[in-house]
Design a protein around this ligand. Structure first.
Ligand code: C5P
Length: 234
């Protein structure tokens, strides 16, 4: 039987947010940012468990009440120094505890993408369940792209045909994802699909939209808040 698990790497410090508090804990509509990702993943009936990978010294998680998700939530305090390391550590521990099998699908989702919708999640799973490799949510680039030098002078314009912005969740089978992340080792990858690509494979891009953006800078927080507020008050 095909099983689906999600893994949320949440061990980052969010240095670009200008905040002492790691960004996954910043309040968005009265709940920490990560709550919104967990909430969407939790309500998908196909998803068996949600692994949340925290920094070993995380002291913020326990300040909140997660009991409404307790039948699916598994917290792993094994975050690493990079996102890829946090994901790999989480996968390693989940396997050591016999919680996952090689053939299970793993959906890796950033804690900092609180606006993921149920429809996007359903679409990703239904498009990829029978796929050989797996894939990710993404949006075609719509702006004109400029390549600069270090002084911000335009060197040239990049053609945007066939260029996409990668989002999460990114969905791969356990065995392949684990092997890819181990193999990626010292490569500076910023998503899981890059590790799969480094094996010579071609993840599938599943059309998403700009609402599933990653909260990175302080101004992003207000936008995410607005989107979630409108969704909750149609
Ligand atoms: O910093 P960035 O926005 O790229 O982080 C993407 C996701 O990876 C976030 O959910 C963040 O908490 C997580 N991360 C992690 N371990 C790190 C760095 C980032 O789990 N060392």
């Amino acid at each position: 039987m095909t099983r689906f698990f999600t893994l949320i790497p949440a061990a980052g410090s969010g240095s670009r947010m200008d905040s002492e508090l790691p960004k996954q804990y910043l309040l968005l509509n009265d709940n920490p940012m990560i709550y919104h990702s967990i909430n969407t993943l939790y309500h998908n009936k196909l998803i068996t468990s949600i692994f949340v990978v925290l920094a070993p010294d995380d002291c913020n998680w326990i300040k909140h009440d997660w009991s409404q998700f307790s039948d699916k939530l598994i917290v792993l305090n094994c975050g690493g120094t990079t996102r890829a390391e946090s994901v790999l550590n989480g996968l390693t521990i989940a396997k050591q505890r016999n919680l996952v099998d090689n053939n299970d699908w793993i959906l890796v989702h950033d804690a900092a993408r609180p606006c993921l919708t149920t429809a996007q999640l359903d679409g990703l799973i239904s498009e990829l369940t029978h796929d050989e490799v797996g894939g990710l949510l993404a949006v075609p680039v719509s702006d004109t792209l400029k390549r600069s030098n270090i002084r911000n002078l335009v060197m040239h314009t990049e053609p945007r045909e066939n260029l996409w912005q990668a989002q999460t969740p990114q969905m791969f089978r356990y065995e392949l994802l684990f092997k890819a992340l181990q193999n990626a080792g010292k490569l500076h990858i910023t998503d899981d699909a890059s590790a799969i690509e480094a094996l010579g494979l071609h993840p599938k891009l599943i059309l998403s939209d700009a609402y599933n953006f990653k909260v990175t800078y302080p101004k992003d927080l207000a936008l995410a808040e607005l989107i979630i507020h409108q969704r909750n008050n149609p």
